[in-house]
Design a protein around this ligand. Sequence first.
Ligand code: ADP
Ligand code: 5GP
Length: 202
Amino acid sequence: MLPDFLRPLILSGPSGVGKSTLLQRLFAEYPDKFGFSVSHTTRNPRPGEVDGKQYHFVTVDKFQELIRQGAFIEHAQFSGNFYGTSFQTVREVEKEGRRCILDIEAQGVQQIKATSLNPVYCFISPPTMASLRERLKGRGTETEASVAKRLATAVREIEYAKEPNMHDYVIVNDDLERAYMLFKQLALGEKILTDTLPRLDD
Ligand code: ADP
Ligand code: 5GP
């Protein structure tokens, strides 16, 4: 069995909780240790997003062709768009000898559990639903309708995260410095004490 440092690391958690923020800091601090699993998506790029870096941006037709070809380890529909992890992206990162980090939603996590990937699962939780709402709006990337859709999905993602043994670790992203220290330790293969999932019923 691979040591924890080399097992893929899956980050999941509701949209707007801060997953990309944590990842950006990690990749900036350790440019050679980790590799991001660049997913395919049919959503439009946000300002500043670069094809091949945050995502491979593809059409629905192309995405469906990739499904037919069996290119994806997992794929899901989220908030009206398709997202998927290709075997190729994970293979490329592993070939470089880096730890592969995936940022995927709950249906994808469920699908990965049925594969031989054997990752470490980490759920990033907001401290409260109100803070999640604020962050999602504050990011300024979503329309009002998209924020509402993402928040509705967040409720389902959190319910799923409450099921026993769903994730190896929970990190509550309240204070960013604290959350990043824990995330960094985990990514470096150290054991951390998992946080308790907040009630999130506000
Ligand atoms: P995700 O990738 O999970 O969708 P982002 O990383 O894009 O989320 O973060 C959403 C917004 O929340 C961003 O504007 C980010 O700057 C902000 N944010 C991230 N972490 C914190 C935190 N601990 N406290 C306050 N705001 C945060
Ligand atoms: P966003 O549109 O904000 O970049 O991502 C929306 C959601 O899609 C996030 O929860 C993110 O984790 C998830 N996501 C990104 N890539 C993939 C993927 O390849 N597969 C799955 N299942 N979810 C993904």
